[in-house]
Design a protein around this ligand. Structure first.
Ligand code: SAH
Ligand code: SF4
Ligand code: F3S
Length: 466
């Protein structure tokens, strides 16, 4: 979720035969919610005749969907904008238009500041106002420098087009579906509550309708998304208050939908009903991303995570009792202000105690406007780097051990796309590892029984069980 992804939208639509269609190039940084939003924005633009291109030079509109989570992520956007400025100039000298837009969390956090720092930018649009993108783009094409960063009152999802069949088919057999946005937790290191606003849950009927459309477009696996996806709540068709567990159970009844996942979860919101879903739903994959950030109670308190390590460990125990086959994944921050060597050792001990199948770890990055930025005792960069290296070594070893333990197991594999070698497809194991297997292209979307034969550093290899 946290690695940068350059994600190009490809549209199966052909443009009008006579008027060449305008082309949009979308580049996505940050988390899966941005990936989902980029698709919704390209869908909205396609109603205005835009087609997606993966050739930057061909684009009439370049949209960067940005991430503000760490300083490096945000700075990357400005260096990209510098390069785009040159391209825009070159195109202008040939009399060709190139509108440059910035969406996502940097747009929300920095707004007008982006126009000041990056003179080539024509349009800045925050995550709450994506439904206004087509209209904002029209204004930008007329020469206005547009900034849309209010927290819109209307529901953007109601105004954005739902996933359409042809585009869904082109995007593959797995899909993201945002069910919850925003965050009210205010961890002291984090910008998300400011960039994405307050927690909002999408209504059950809207989610079901989108899920059914996705399945109609050939999707077999849906990952429900939210910054705090397990804080999702709504009113069920039965009039009861529903939590994520109820929503998953209802989605489990959608014909043709074979697998469900969800991310990212906060330990405070893992309720009994959701744990029960892991116990009883075969369609719910045994994988859980449950970030803890630190193994030191003192640091957890300073981070405002609002739970202790003992509570986290007890929770992990409960979930593993419900689903013994569960693979756990997590996020960690090293070098939060005031973190001592002993605090860091506590994090190492927690990782040893839990055993992660996968994990993401980061050096603390001080973010303007967050309470963490005002704390004293910032940890020197070289100390952070050393701690990160030690933690990552441990986590990589755990990931390798987990993969090695998979060898010999028989699993159901959802075939997703062509593999690296001809005659191979790659799919995901229930625990989200890529698995390579000999299979025909026509089998994409099938779920087949395979036996894991080998574990490589980043993927598994398997043979088909006749
Ligand atoms: N809502 C999720 C996290 C979303 S942000 C949760 O609460 O678990 C994804 C990850 O980025 C976080 O889990 C954290 O590990 C990391 N992160 C967030 N802010 C950061 C910062 N200022 N410096 C370093 N890492 C950060
Ligand atoms: Fe950020 Fe904390 Fe909210 Fe996660 S729960 S998005 S880390 S403020
Ligand atoms: Fe980044 Fe915004 Fe996602 S800050 S991690 S793109 S919510």
């Amino acid at each position: 979720m946290t690695q940068e992804t350059a994600f190009l939208q490809k549209s199966p639509d052909a443009g009008d035969e006579h008027v060449p269609a305008r082309k949009v190039f979308v580049k996505t940084y940050g988390c899966q919610m941005n990936v989902y939003d980029s698709d919704r924005m390209s869908d909205a633009l396609s109603r205005d005749g835009y087609v997606a291109t993966d050739v930057l030079e061909d684009a009439d509109f370049v949209l960067l969907n940005t991430c503000h989570i760490r300083e490096k992520a945000a700075e990357k956007v400005y260096s990209e904008l510098g390069r785009l400025r040159e391209l825009k100039k070159a195109k202008a000298s040939e009399g060709r238009e190139m509108v440059i837009g910035v969406a996502g969390c940097v747009a929300q956090a920095e707004g007008n500041e982006i126009l000041r720092r990056a003179p080539a930018v024509d349009l800045v649009i925050g995550p709450q106002t994506y439904h206004r993108l087509p209209e904002a783009l029209k204004r930008a094409r007329c020469g206005e420098r547009v900034v849309e960063t209010d927290y819109a009152i209307e529901d953007k999802f109601e105004h954005l087009p739902a996933p359409d069949k042809a585009k869904t088919r082109a995007r593959g057999v797995t899909a993201f579906l945002t069910v919850q946005e925003g965050c009210d937790k205010f961890c002291t290191f984090c910008v998300v509550p400011y960039t994405r606003g307050a927690e909002v849950s999408r209504p059950v009927a809207q989610i079901l309708a989108d899920a059914e459309k996705l399945v109609d477009g050939g999707v077999r696996e849906i990952t429900l998304l939210g910054q705090n996806v397990n804080a999702w709540h709504g009113t069920g068709p039965d009039g009861r208050d529903w939590g994520l567990g109820d929503l998953l159970r209802r989605l489990g009844e959608v014909d043709g939908l074979a697998r469900l996942r969800y991310t990212t979860s906060h330990p405070r919101d893992m309720d009994e009903s959701l744990i029960e879903a892991h116990r009883s739903m075969a369609k719910l994959m045994p994988y859980l991303h449950l970030p803890v950030q630190s193994g030191s109670d003192r640091i957890l308190k300073a981070m405002n995570r609002r739970h202790t390590t003992a509570e986290y460990l007890a929770l992990v125990e409960r979930i593993r009792t419900a689903q013994p086959d569960l693979a756990l994944s997590g996020d960690f921050i090293v070098g939060f202000p005031g973190e001592t060597e002993e605090d860091f050792e506590d994090t190492m001990r927690l990782v040893e105690a839990v055993g992660y199948a996968q994990a993401f770890s980061f050096k603390y990055s001080s973010r303007p406007g967050t309470p963490g930025a005002d704390l004293k005792d910032h940890v020197p960069e070289d100390v952070k780097a050393k701690r990160l290296e030690r933690l990552q070594t441990l986590l990589v070893n755990q990931q390798r051990d987990f993969a090695a333990d998979c060898v010999g197991r028989e699993i159901d594999l959802l075939l997703e796309k062509p593999g690296r070698l001809p005659g191979q497809l790659v799919g995901r194991s229930p625990w989200l590892q890529p698995v390579n297997v000999d299979a025909k292209r026509s089998q994409i979307g099938d779920i087949i029984k395979v036996r894991i034969t080998k574990a490589g550093p980043n993927s598994l290899f398997a043979e088909v069980i006749e």
